[in-house]
Every structure is written in C-alpha cells, then in structure tokens.
Design a binder for this molecule. Structure first.
Ligand code: GLA
Length: 317
C-alpha cells in the first residue's frame, strides 16, 4: 500500500483526526500514513473537563502517541459554541467567565507546548443569510468584538503558539465572504497565523470550480491555509440512506469528487500547509451519527482499515 504522506510530501502535509476509542486499533496505519493529527474531541473544553475538574487522560494519551511517533498535532479548539456547558456559562458574569476561560486556555495550552497550532475560535460565523457572527454564549457575554479580543488574549497567554481561525461551508460564497472579513480583521491586529478550511464536502453540490474560487479568495488574505476536516460522505451528510442503499453511480461520485478535490489542492499547493481528513477509517466517521446512525464511506480507509476507492483515486495521478 502506498503512503499518503509519501505521495504528497512535495505538496503539503497529510493529517487525520484521531479519537481515543479508535486510534489504538490502527496505530501503525496512522504512523505510516499521516504527518499530523488532530484530536477529534479530546482537547475541546468538554474533552478536558471531567465531573471533578480537569481530566487530561484521553488528550494526554493522544498527544503522547503523536509525540512518540514523531507526528505533529494541531490543537482543536479553545472557544466553540459546542462541547461547553453553555447553560452554566450563561449564568456566569462576564468577568467570571473571562477569568475561567483564561485559566482554561493557559492550562491546556501550556500542557501541550509542542502542538503545531491552535484553532482559537471555531465556527464563529453564522450560516444565516445576511447575518455575520453566530449568536453564542461568547458573543452574548462579551459583545461583537469578542473574536478579536480572544485572539489577542491567546497571543498574550501563549506567545509561541500559531493561531488559526477554523470554519465550515467555506466553499459557499456568502459564508466565505464573512469568514474572510473576520480573518482580515484578525490579520489587521496581527493575531492570526493561518486559516483553517474544514472542507466537509458534498457530492450533492461541490464542483472543482467552487474549490478554485475558494482558494482564489482566501489567497487574498495572504495567510497560509490548512484543510482541517476533510471528508466526503457517500451518502451525502443530509441523506439518511445507508451505504448499501446507494447506486454504484452515487458511490462513484464520492470517489470522483475526492480525485477532483485533490487535483485542485495540488494546483494550489503553495497556499496549503496541510490536508487533514476528519477521521482515519469509516468506522470512526462522525457522518455515521449525523442525522441518524447509518453506514457510509467517507474517508481513506474502510471499517476493516483497508484502503477505499477514494484512496486509490488520490494516490494515483
Ligand atoms: C465541526 C467541528 C469538529 C467536529 C465536527 C463534527 O466541524 O469543528 O470538531 O465536531 O464538527 O465531528
């Protein structure tokens, strides 16, 4: 079997999201295929806070695995509207919440000093037409300027960390314009180092030209780009059918979109630092749980950890 990181070594780093319950069954595969890892959930707020305070068991395990195998690891994430006790945070005064989250960022950031970067704020842009920042506990407590304030805070607390802004639906024009507006505001303050494009792509509506327009627009920010959460589900994530209920044509469309997406990534490789898949194998994909549980093919390795058709399409060009 070819190695993804070998095939792409002259283009960009190749990464995968890993999860404590899953990585143990495919350690060699991970170490031989990927340059960089991201904890799927284990470094999020709720990933490191147990019932009785901090619990770093799972995050430590994944971080140590990455470091012992000479792999990079991305930090994901400090501030998000999910994976937090939102009701509890809503009840706190802005000062108390600020003090609490400052302590959290300092503690977690300093525990993992060798991470390659941090997604400081994840998904701050609203999806609704005409809207800008998403309504979250963070915006409610700290106002519209909270994004810039938090990036400045993390810059001060962790001066050696590379700071990333990460968001999804970045290949749709209106959402992208808002992401770029925010990124430019952060850039003007000198508090951002790279942009994370999640790339949860959809066979239903994604074309190679949509990806080219996306790269052309993000290139104007002047910042390096990271593909942070790539996957393409067959079925599409809004389609409740199981893999076995799809036609051969629908399954083929997934492999073809992978081939097309990587052809575009290679065209724009000078802008791209890394391409991270959102999972190692299909048994680990969040798409199995989105809408309702179903079987899908979404990644480079199937449930038996064998290469999928998409693996061959992106490694033979
Ligand atoms: C978003 C987040 C990820 C993950 C996925 C679904 O994209 O950034 O951390 O939760 O949703 O798994």
């Amino acid at each position: 079997m070819k190695s993804l990181k070998e095939v792409y070594k002259n283009y960009f780093k190749i990464g995968a999201a890993v999860t404590a319950w899953h990585y143990g069954s495919c350690k060699e595969l991970i170490a031989s295929q990927f340059d960089t890892l991201t904890c799927e959930n284990e470094m999020k707020y709720e990933g490191v806070h147990g019932e009785n305070g901090y619990d770093f068991t799972k995050a430590d395990e994944l971080y140590n695995f990455a470091m012992e195998n000479g792999l990079e690891m991305r930090g994901h994430n400090f501030i998000w509207h999910n994976a937090i006790p939102a009701a509890k945070f809503e009840q706190m005064t802005p000062d108390a919440l600020k003090a609490h989250i400052t302590e959290h960022i300092e503690t977690v950031g300093n525990r993992y000093p060798k991470l390659s970067c941090w997604d400081v704020i994840n998904e701050a842009i609203d999806d609704k037409h005409g809207a800008y920042l998403r309504d979250t506990v963070w915006k409610n407590k700290f106002g519209e300027h909270y994004v810039i304030d938090f990036y400045a805070l993390v810059r001060k607390l962790l001066p050696n960390a590379r700071l990333v802004y990460n968001d999804y639906n970045e290949y749709y024009p209106e959402k992208r314009q808002n992401i770029i507006r925010l990124v430019n505001e952060l850039r003007a303050e000198g508090v951002i180092d790279a942009v994370g494009l999640q790339q949860h792509l959809r066979t239903a509506d994604t074309t190679p030209d949509m990806l080219r327009y996306m790269f052309e627009d993000f290139a104007k920010t002047g910042l390096p780009l990271q593909i942070t959460e790539l996957d393409i589900g067959a079925p599409d994530r809004f389609d409740p059918r199981s893999l076995s209920e799809l036609s051969a044509k629908e399954v083929e469309a997934q492999a073809q979109l992978y081939a097309d997406a990587f052809a575009v990534y290679r065209e724009y490789s000078e802008l791209i630092e890394s391409v991270t898949f959102w999972g190692v194998s299909d048994e680990q994909s969040w798409l199995n749980y989105f809408i309702n549980r179903h079987e899908c093919t979404a990644l480079m390795f199937d449930t038996n950890h064998e290469p999928t058709e998409a693996f061959y399409r992106i490694t033979e060009f």
